[in-house]
Design a binder for this molecule. Structure first.
Ligand SMILES: NC(=O)c1ccc[n+]([C@@H]2O[C@H](COP(=O)([O-])OP(=O)(O)OC[C@H]3O[C@@H](n4cnc5c(N)ncnc54)[C@H](OP(=O)(O)O)[C@@H]3O)[C@@H](O)[C@H]2O)c1
Length: 283
């Protein structure tokens, strides 16, 4: 039976990939740093294996009999040569037949992005792959930006008046599962976006209307850096976020594609549906 190793299994996308894979005839294995806490998140019926990108001793066991790898780069790991390449070497050695890599919109244009380096390294190794180049996740609003929205009714990001073609991670995961379980997706890259591109002013209006409380957008760069850093995020991570929001401000995050619709045979979820479905997070 097909064995699929899922990295980032306790994270936004991986968790949903595991949930969806359960209705298929395949052997799922969650590659996790802490199998006990993973059980609490994923349920005790999901097989898991100890795996840490930063600990090569965990690789060989994790890749035993694995046919396909769902690869998520943990956001904190930016040194691709040291922290991701060794895992890919181990995958190659173990004979992994197909990698579905959660990449980012624009990876093909910006060679400095860690995702771009990973894509090129996978190609260099010659492992058949599918790159899922996703736009901004809607779920950033209930994770990274949760407290700002909940406690101050504020969307704080230095994105100016730029538009973003937000995607729901439930759609990213649905596409990932499709490309894992169906033939014909090797050597392909998909740009996964929502069906509309909105400014953060427009997003704030949707939050206000769904939650029934005022949510305002603040594009202040200074306040963003101060707030993110004082919430405990390391400065290099905050600066990466500033870089990402700068691309939005420059109008580079609004591209809309039909890839999700074509792969799922339905429209992508929209921001209003997302805020309605997740509203308990901010109330
Ligand atoms: N946010 C966006 O808008 C966006 C858009 C496009 C692409 N992306 C890309 O998507 C990826 C993040 O996906 P996500 O949001 O689903 O993940 P996430 O929720 O940030 O979770 C990160 C996952 O990585 C695991 N992890 C962290 N360090 C690890 C290590 N050393 N070894 C093994 N596992 C480790 C975590 O497991 P633990 O339970 O052990 O912590 C967790 O499962 C990033 O590469 C990001 O750039 C994000």
């Amino acid at each position: 039976m097909l064995k699929i190793l899922v990295t980032g299994a306790t994270g936004n996308v991986g968790k949903e990939v595991i949930r969806l894979l359960q209705s298929y005839d395949c052997h799922i294995c969650a590659a996790v740093r802490n199998p006990n806490s993973a059980k609490q998140i994923l349920g005790s019926n999901i097989p898991s294996v100890s795996f840490d990108f930063t600990n090569p001793d965990t690789f060989a066991n994790a890749f035993v009999q694995v046919n396909k790898l769902f690869l998520v780069r943990p956001p904190a790991l930016a040194n691709i040569r040291k922290q991701i390449a060794p895992v890919l070497n181990a995958a190659k050695l173990a004979g992994v037949e197909h990698i579905i890599f959660l990449s980012i919109q624009g990876a093909e244009r910006n060679r400095f992005l860690p995702h771009s380096k990973i894509e090129r390294y996978i190609e260099q190794l010659g492992i058949p792959a599918t790159f899922l180049r996703a736009s901004f996740f809607m779920q950033n609003f209930n994770t990274t930006h949760l407290q700002d929205i909940k406690t101050r009714g504020e969307l704080l990001m230095p994105a100016g008046n730029g538009k973003t073609s937000f995607i729901d991670v439930r759609d990213v995961a649905a596409v990932a599962v499709r490309t894992l379980m169906e033939d014909g997706h090797q050597a392909k890259a998909y740009e996964l976006t929502g069906g509309e591109a909105l400014t953060y002013y427009e997003v704030a209006d949707i939050f206000t209307s769904v939650l029934g409380k005022l949510v305002r957008y603040s594009p202040s760069l200074f306040k963003f850096v101060q707030q993110m850093h004082s919430s405990g995020l390391p400065m290099n991570f905050v600066l990466i976020m500033v870089g990402i929001y700068t691309t939005t401000r420059l109008g580079l995050a609004g591209n809309i594609t039909s890839d999700v619709e074509q792969l799922l045979n339905r429209s992508p979820l929209n921001i209003r549906q997302y805020v309605e479905n997740y509203q308990q997070f901010w109330l």
